[in-house]
Design a binder for this molecule. Structure first.
Ligand code: 5GP
Length: 121
């Protein structure tokens, strides 16, 4: 799937749409999800044109992959979630339930999060 430079998160990364920023460095931007599904629900995006984990893991430069992974850890630490715990989730494609075609990791925390997946089959 080709990267759509007009997707919502591309616009947020370019500053064309505002976000409630939590963290930013040269590799990543993190901000609060507009419709939080936990007391803390933050999205962490790599900087660069990547649709999802598939193209990011296959084609991103190693420095960006390392920087992005470190940024996710730094955000969790900054939010005080290391000790109580947290959950990371990245949706890919239709079955994964991905809605915005720019790679993002959801970071959830602030309560016991319960089962990993809905029991619905
Ligand atoms: P996905 O379903 O692609 O994994 O996750 C997309 C996420 O983006 C959803 O959790 C949704 O609530 C969030 N979202 C959608 N529109 C906006 C927006 O305009 N601002 C922010 N901060 N989050 C958004």
């Amino acid at each position: 799937m080709a990267y759509d430079r007009n997707n919502l998160f591309a616009k947020i990364l370019r500053g064309e749409i505002p976000c409630n920023k939590v963290y930013e460095d040269e590799f990543a931007l993190a901000f609060h999800d507009i419709e939080p599904q936990a007391p803390i629900h933050v999205l962490v995006l790599p900087k660069g044109d990547y649709v999802s984990w598939a193209d990011f893991s296959a084609t991103a430069p190693p420095a960006l992959i390392a920087g992005y992974v470190r940024a996710v850890g730094a955000v969790a630490k900054q939010l005080g979630l290391e000790a109580p715990g947290y959950r990371l989730l990245a949706n890919h494609g239709a079955d994964g339930g991905q809605h915005v075609p720019h790679l993002h990791v959801h970071l959830f925390g602030g309560r016991r999060l319960g089962p990993m997946l809905s029991k619905a089959r």
